[in-house]
Design a protein around this ligand. Structure first.
Ligand SMILES: *[C@@H]1O[C@H](CO)[C@@H](O)[C@H](O)[C@H]1NC(C)=O
Ligand SMILES: *[C@@H]1O[C@H](CO)[C@@H](O)[C@H](O)[C@H]1NC(C)=O
Ligand SMILES: *[C@@H]1O[C@H](CO)[C@@H](O)[C@H](O)[C@H]1NC(C)=O
Ligand SMILES: *[C@@H]1O[C@H](CO)[C@@H](O)[C@H](O)[C@H]1NC(C)=O
Ligand SMILES: *[C@@H]1O[C@H](CO)[C@@H](O)[C@H](O)[C@H]1NC(C)=O
Ligand SMILES: [Cu+2]
Length: 354
């Protein structure tokens, strides 16, 4: 009995104090896309295509739209969408989801690099001609072809901006670069399903093959993801202030997290099925980077900082997120407690950012 109590006490202390960290020379350093050499970029692109050639783990007869390994990730994200956005789980859940993706690339597709990220601030003036989006063989493909009828949708008029963002500059299919012919399988889902707080739409796993579409909105990046906003997050006094810039917990405002999704647009702006777009994990690499840099600036005080609930837009009756909150990763991993993902340099993680 005494031993049991001692163990319980030790567990409680281990949770409260910052955890033991991995050795600095074992740390994998995630770099910005432009910091990768051309061959490192093509390694990443090849690994993405490899995931399309690997079988899914979810059974196709039960999930008709799930056709390959990427779709396992898309499905897991769809299934969790209403629990992991605009709330206290955005950062922890997507950190682990991105890490699982990186591990799958390495273990299942022979990728030897680490997960790259998209530093929004480097792309303010030249989205189209940037090494990330210039349609070259070492890019993630560029904008979708222009289509006036889809470029306006959805209108983006968040309460924290003066008026609406202009319509996008694309709207149609991505037809050039390494991801020309990258078909997507699940969805699309409209935002109406978010507002209902309800269950998933009927038949959420139906097979709907179509092109990857994009609708670049550089104004979203310039307004919501500029260096001043990144600095506001890095200097945020607490997690509540951090999240109010990154991903506000209400439906009327949009933060830097939504800003990156809105900048690419099209499939990337589908809050449920956005992992279809090859930029998803680079965007979430940056979201995770800003959080990591904020944590590292005062690690003892900030490593366990959380704020918000486990339901989208923090409705009043939703449970608060704590280190003990359990997160679902479907077929990708066992359920994980939030406390397991708070430090990028302990437990199963050992990574940092440039
Ligand atoms: C990492 O650090 C350990 C302990 O300090 C040392 O023994 C080892 O040689 C180092 N490895 C590399 C690759 O530097
Ligand atoms: C533009 O988008 C609409 C709606 O999806 C579609 O019906 C139409 O065929 C598209 N036009 C072109 C030129 O791709
Ligand atoms: C994409 O598909 C079209 C039609 O199947 C084909 O003509 C084209 O060569 C493909 N493009 C690439 C880059 O694979
Ligand atoms: C979240 O932030 C609000 C506003 O700063 C604060 O009142 C609340 O106590 C915080 N909750 C947690 C769990 O940190
Ligand atoms: C969906 O999430 C629930 C937990 O809420 C889980 O039990 C179920 O296995 C998940 N389904 C898929 C397909 O990931
Ligand atoms: Cu998400």
């Amino acid at each position: 009995m005494r031993l049991f109590h001692t163990l319980l006490l030790a567990a409680a202390v281990a949770l409260a104090a910052s955890p033991p960290r991995c050795h600095p020379n074992a740390t994998q350093v995630r770099r910005e896309w432009q910091e990768l050499s051309p061959s490192e970029r093509t390694d990443y692109i090849d690994a993405l295509w490899c995931m399309r050639s690997r079988p899914s783990r979810l059974p196709n007869h039960q999930f008709p739209g799930v056709r390959d390994r990427l779709d396992d990730f898309v499905t897991t994200h769809i299934n969790n969408t209403l629990r992991i956005h605009n709330n206290g789980l955005l950062l922890p859940w997507h950190r682990h989801f991105t890490w699982l993706w990186e591990q799958a690339l390495r273990q299942e597709c022979g990728y030897t690099g680490v997960q790259p990220y998209w530093n929004w601030a480097l792309y303010m003036d030249d989205l189209w001609t940037s090494p990330l989006f210039d349609n070259s063989a070492t890019s993630l493909s560029g904008n979708g072809v222009s289509n006036a009828s889809t470029a306006e949708h959805p209108p983006l008029c968040p309460a924290n901006l003066d008026g609406c963002l202009p319509p996008g500059h694309g709207g149609g299919c991505v037809t050039a670069g390494p991801f020309a012919n990258w078909t997507i399988h699940l969805g699309p889902f409209t935002r109406d399903w978010v507002k209902s707080y309800g269950p998933l739409p009927p038949d959420p796993w139906h097979y709907n093959p179509r092109c990857l579409n994009r609708n670049f909105r550089p104004e979203a990046l310039q307004t919501l993801n500029n260096q001043q906003r990144i600095d506001r997050m890095l200097h945020a006094p607490d997690m509540d202030a951090f999240l109010s810039v990154m991903d506000p917990g209400d439906a009327t405002r949009i933060g830097s997290h939504g800003g990156g999704h809105a900048t690419v647009g099209g499939a990337m702006l589908d809050v449920f099925a956005s992992p279809h777009d090859p930029t998803f994990f680079l965007h979430h690499g940056m979201v995770d980077r800003v959080w990591t840099l904020w944590q590292e600036a005062d690690f003892p005080q900030r490593w366990d900082a959380l704020n918000g609930t486990a339901v989208i837009y923090n409705p009043p009756d939703a449970p608060w997120v704590t280190l003990h909150t359990v997160m679902d990763f479907g077929v990708l991993d066992s359920p994980r407690r939030v406390g397991e993902v708070m430090d990028t340099r302990s437990g199963r993680y050992c990574y940092a950012y440039t």
